[in-house]
Design a protein around this ligand. Sequence first.
Ligand SMILES: [Zn+2]
Length: 458
Amino acid sequence: MSCHDPLRAIDEPADAQAVRGVASTTSQLARLLAAQTDACVADASGSGAACWLRTDTWRLFVRPRLGESPNGDEIERFLLPSGATVTAVYDSGERCAWVPFNVDEAYENYVGERWRGGVNTRLLTNRQLRMYYLAKRLIPRRVQLAARRAYTKRLGLPEFPSWPLDDSVSRLLRFYALCLLLGAGAETIPFRWFWPNDFDSALILTHDVESGEGLRLALALADLEEERGFRSSFNVVASEYPVDHGVLRELRERGFEIGLHGLRHDHSLFSSRGAFERQLPALAVAAQSFDARGFRSPSTYRVHDWLGELPVAYDCSVPHSDPYEPSPGGCCSLWPYFIGSLVELPYTLPQDHTLFTVLRNRSIDVWLRQVDAITRRYGLIQCLSHPDRGYLADSEKRGFYAALLDALSERPRLWKPLPYELALWWQERDAGSPADRISYGTIRRGDDGAHASLVPPS
Ligand SMILES: [Zn+2]
């Protein structure tokens, strides 16, 4: 059924429990904001199919609740594909914010990449992926790159998510925060700040090691980072090339982290449910032998809902927004989130390969603009790069990376943990313990009135 079916003008909510009542504190969106309130927010899905709801600058993929909104002050109006509108209102009689969709469904449809149901998807089929990996082995890299550039140019950027920055989750979060303010009848509401103490934003540096030579070259990249006071993770493929455990040991001893980059550098892990389940025991053995607590899928290929079953504490395969991968898409989020008990750490900067090889940028302007944009939103900056030849082993590209590190080292309110430390923090924040590491930001009415501002701890 279409979400704008005229026969459904009066739409029964799919989840009547959620229509009236206190905002859920267990939903993923509520856990992201962790607001200290029991505000009344009445949100519920409609019973039709999901579709895009739009404002001038924002879109979300949900099952809208059709029909009349209660009387009240308009919070935000959303346009449906049919041209009709639905409205979020503050019902002053009931002292409740009324939302014509389920806010958590909107959030989950972003981060779980279920928005793909509403766009013309470019996902490659299994057969195309097999050809892609075969071509990667057989065709000279120069020819591959020319083909990839032509392909990218022909298709242009997708309509969703925006690249390099997609504001969807940030907008939803601030919309939800405003609904809480109204539903609580409050001027301000405290919420658990995103990062420990009073850091504004967080940075993790991660590398995927594509070859045995890349693993040797990892040491030079580690030097470059260590000289500037940074540590990072190196994700290693278990059975693609000989793994020098001496190098892994040295990296660990110097404070770097080793993660797992699959058993083989191909799409086999996610090619079928059977293949996934067959590889899990070997992945667990490999993770143990590398002392790896994190995972990145080869070429970021993924089936989102299976990631939570990986035998690691965190995954970092999902981009914030990346149209340049064989699995294009993204979670649209600048913050970590949970897939079951696993913490997903989205990468949020364009990859080194995208910027310097595919797009042939000759500066780090895109990286720096993205860093500034994420910092303004108090999000997670995650840079994904590679130590191999053709990547940061090339002197010009290594120079770009060094310039990025130099720029980042000048930001005192940027938290720079290892990825597994950040994943651990995200679990602690979610649990609200230990209390002495958690500080509180403030939700207050934004200047535009239409959204809330998230103010850092003072
Ligand atoms: Zn890789």
